[in-house]
Write a protein that binds this ligand. Sequence first.
Ligand code: AMP
Ligand code: MN
Ligand code: MN
Ligand code: MN
Length: 275
Amino acid sequence: MRYDLHSHTTCSDGRLTPPELLDRAVEKQVDVFAITDHDTVNAIPIAREYIKEKQLDIELIGGVEISTRWTSFEIHIVGLKIDENDPELIKRLHSQIDYRNERAKEIGNRLEKAGIPDAYINAKRIAGDAAISRSHYAKYLIEIGKAKNFAGVFKKYMKRGKTGYVPSEWIDIKTAVQWIHDAGGIAIIAHPSRYDMTTKWLKRLLVDFKKAGGDGIEVALPQQTTQEREKLGQLCLDYELLASVGSDFHFPTNWSELGKNLYLSDKYLPVWHNW
Ligand code: AMP
Ligand code: MN
Ligand code: MN
Ligand code: MN
């Protein structure tokens, strides 16, 4: 069975619509697939409808990726198996989206002061119906030649401490875990290696996450060394957490693909052990 439990659509900062993403997941032989857009579940009903209509041979897991603030870090918590129709969850996520839009304006102001006008309206244009994320700003900055690629633009403008970064007041981890559990889901720390933190800090994070009732962490991501994967697996064992796998796919590139390179050793208890 091939699992991929982290992906994005045009409902957040992904570039494929829910049907396009599903077609690609089927093509890449993913059996169990989660769509986990940033702070929204809008894609899930559309995706379910499409699966039914086309009778696709794929199991869709309702998911979401919630932005949180922990100390000075922004930590992403993935909710899996949430009920996407839960009115309370939808209401709660709306408060995150409102905050996202407020923050987006603030990012625009900062860039304006730094001599880059009209970034907000352009990020909004790129985002379309989705709430604006830093990736939409990044895409615009690349468009106008401020950097060559995403890595460059984040490093120069959008990362913590840079001009286009607003220290964000997201909800805390405990609240995110609560929202996910209230909607019937399990709570997973997304891409633990991507927070620019030392292992000592990562362990602190895991302690707090456990205290908050968190369930698991992502262990297998594409573009990761074997050592990195084993380190994260060991942390699952040490902290009694479940292991998840996900590509965090946003759009087709040479280095990221749905369902690819997500092998999980059977030493670890996978999030799907009781599904
Ligand atoms: P936001 O949720 O608005 O804070 O935007 C975060 C999003 O920006 C992530 O979900 C990624 O899609 C993207 N992102 C963050 N850091 C980087 C990076 N260093 N390189 C490329 N994309 C990034
Ligand atoms: Mn993203
Ligand atoms: Mn993320
Ligand atoms: Mn993601």
